[in-house]
Design a protein around this ligand. Structure first.
Ligand code: SF4
Length: 363
């Protein structure tokens, strides 16, 4: 951990499938399917796609018993991918998916019902040795708390909601759980996690809920998740976007990479462009990003439009391009290559160089 970070908060470790969460383990990345769970084929395809894009853990909504039956088939087609079931209101759904091999159950405090039902859920989690996630969310707070605080959902209210559930788990002698306490407001989210971080020993799943469409959702998530991670808070993350969930996974890795916590795929260092650019940097970078989506090996590529900032970036990149008239200079591992790249062939040439360096030749 570098000098910009607080020491990571010490937490217990739980396992969702084979993925450890908490302790000193790497920050894991989660996402959630948005297919209809009844549609087994589509859901399995989306789970596989998310997994290929790096998701460590994938959550599925199980709104009813039909979906629970579909989950059985989904499970048998995604054996090695850690799956979390999102269950609300009906504890029997949770019992069913546990029987069918789910790796974790997510519940909202208050909506499973009375203590007898929660006990059955906890007994089930103990029996199958799976963790539960207490997932508090500003949009689905218990009515009692909404009424008590006049519908004002502050960090303290979210914290109170979590602690009610935690105290029930304590009474039931159950500590194999993780917690999330998300608001759609970034500052409330941060404050709520700060409160919970010093009150329990369990790992924390962090994120900003209902963060919005891609542009604003990325911004809120980067600030919320990024700030918390720098405070040493957070063991697993989910970026919540109103978009294809694959984007959530990519953004999550971008956040982790920006904080030097985990590396996956290409880190593009590109200039904003100006009148000095010697080739079309924006199109070149966008095309390359699309073509090289499958590359998962971490690699730094600088693509800079002119010599003003190009040389400095190229010298510390794995691959660097410095824009020049008609031909641009190419650097590999900081060393200038004898051959220049023709400006009208930068995309193809760079794709070849990157694939060569990362052993990712397409068939
Ligand atoms: S690196 Fe060159 S082309 Fe890019 S923004 Fe700076 S001055 Fe402009």
């Amino acid at each position: 951990m570098n000098k910009f970070f607080n020491k990571r908060r010490k937490s217990n470790c739980i396992y969702v499938g084979n993925i450890p969460i908490g302790g000193d383990y790497p920050i894991s990345v989660q996402s959630m399917t948005n297919t209809n769970t009844i549609d087994v084929e589509q859901t399995v395809n989306q789970i596989n796609t998310l997994s290929l894009n790096g998701a460590d853990i994938i959550r599925i909504s199980i709104p009813n018993m039909d979906a629970a039956e579909s989950f059985k088939k989904i499970r048998s087609n995604t054996k090695n991918i850690p799956l979390v079931a999102d269950v609300h209101f009906d504890y029997r759904i949770a019992l069913k998916v546990a029987e069918y091999g789910v790796d974790c159950i997510r519940i909202n405090p208050g909506n499973i019902g009375n203590i007898r039902r929660i006990k059955m859920l906890v007994d089930c989690a103990k029996y199958y040795n799976i963790p539960i996630r207490i997932g508090v969310n500003s949009g689905s707070l218990e009515k009692e708390l909404r009424d008590k605080y006049n519908k004002i959902v502050s960090a303290k209210v979210l914290f109170e909601s979590v602690m009610r559930q935690v105290s029930i788990f304590d009474k039931l002698n159950f500590n194999y759980f993780k917690v999330s306490v998300k608001s759609s407001d970034v500052l409330t989210t941060i404050q709520a996690y700060k409160l919970i971080a010093k009150s329990i020993d369990q790992p924390l799943h962090i994120g900003v809920t209902e963060a919005g469409t891609t542009r604003i959702g990325i911004t809120k998530s980067a600030i919320g998740i990024g700030s918390l991670l720098m405070m040493g808070i957070g063991d697993t993350i989910r970026v919540s976007l109103t978009a294809n969930p694959v984007e959530e996974v990519k953004v999550a890795f971008d956040i982790l990479r920006s904080l030097h916590l985990r590396y996956r795929g290409i880190n593009f260092i590109t200039c904003p462009t100006c009148a000095r650019q010697e080739f079309d940097v924006i199109n070149t970078t966008n095309n390359l990003e699309k073509k090289l989506q499958d590359v998962i090996k971490p690699i730094n590529i600088s693509i800079i439009g002119c010599v003003v900032n190009g040389l400095g970036e190229a010298l510390r990149s794995d691959i660097g391009v410095v824009g020049g008239k008609e031909n641009s200079s190419l650097y590999i591992n900081g060393i200038r290559q004898a051959n220049k790249i023709k400006n009208n062939n930068i995309v193809n040439y760079l794709e070849f160089i990157v694939r060569n360096k990362t052993n990712t030749y397409t068939k």
